[in-house]
Design a protein around this ligand. Structure first.
Ligand code: ZN
Length: 293
């Protein structure tokens, strides 16, 4: 009896040891890459995860939001995240929970440093006939409409290379600027970059994708939204003319519209916004380097 019990004990220790060895081997072979290690407010963060096998459940959380991963190669997963402009400049946790093919559950955390950035403060004056839109119902209505479009799922990556500037001209207002309208009647952050030039200047698709929205609105004016896939969207606003329709595929550099000053605009310009994982980010960063490989 004793021997048997002893044997059983040995056997169960052996099993536990095997389990620990297996578990640590699995954990060791998991490769996590976070780029960059320290990221600025309003910038883009890319997370790669490589595993020795298929991951059944890959869940991750950052800033109390679920992270969406896409398979970008064999056992290679990628998430592209926007860092909200208002994120505290400190170290933040990224929590990972995975389940391997063998049913092993592994949980761990990584950290990422968010850096403070200095943003411009701008004071703008909107003429009386347009200023009613500053606090009007249209603003909220359009915002909700756009956020709904950003929820559209497109599993494939449609962008290629770096993004291009969608119009020639000069940057009349940078991303993230604090905007104070009509002596403080309204204020918010600038959620894109403004490129100013003459009315009728060509607007090009900043990258390839599918047109998921093409409409005229009161505040945003003539607006096109292009889905570049995997949660990345471009919004192009204040257009004089829209030359593409919803559902059309567009190529990087393709003519899609003409610059104007429709909606709540103080002059002819293009507003270009970029959205990553539901968060607005600095579009110019995407023109300087290729994000995602
Ligand atoms: Zn703008």
């Amino acid at each position: 009896m004793n021997i048997k019990r002893c044997g059983m004990k040995k056997f169960s220790i052996f099993i536990i040891l095997l389990f620990i060895l297996f578990f640590s081997a699995q954990a060791q072979e998991l490769n996590v890459e976070i780029k960059p290690e320290s990221v600025g407010q309003g910038k883009t963060l890319v997370i790669y995860l490589e595993s020795p096998g298929t991951l059944k459940n890959l869940e991750a959380e950052f800033l109390e939001k679920e992270i969406r991963f896409y398979e970008v190669g064999k056992y290679r997963y990628r998430a592209i995240l926007g860092i909200p402009l208002t994120t505290e400049s400190e170290r933040h946790n990224i929590l990972f929970r995975i389940k391997t093919e063998d049913g092993l559950k592994i949980e761990w955390k990584e950290t990422v440093q968010v850096k403070k950035r200095v943003f411009k403060k701008e004071f703008l004056s909107i003429p009386p006939e347009k200023s009613k839109h500053l606090t009007s119902k249209y603003l909220g209505k359009e915002g909700r409409k756009i956020r709904k479009v950003y929820k559209r799922e497109e599993r494939k990556q449609l962008w290629e290379e770096r993004f291009i500037l969608p119009a020639e001209g000069w940057i009349s207002s940078p991303f993230g600027a604090y905007r104070v309208y009509n002596k403080g009647k309204a204020s918010w952050r600038h959620k894109g970059v403004d490129i100013a030039n003459l009315e009728g200047t060509e607007i090009l698709a900043p990258n390839s994708g599918i047109v998921v929205f093409s409409e005229d609105m009161k505040v945003h004016g003539g607006t096109i939204i292009v889905s570049h896939g995997q949660g990345i969207f471009s919004i192009l606003s204040h257009l004089k003319e829209r030359l593409v329709r919803k559902g059309e595929g567009v190529k990087r550099g393709q003519l899609i519209g003409l610059m104007g000053q429709t909606g709540l605009a103080t002059g002819s310009h293009l507003h270009w916004g970029l959205c990553a994982s539901g968060v607005v980010v600095d579009p110019l960063e995407w023109t300087k380097k290729k994000i995602g490989d």
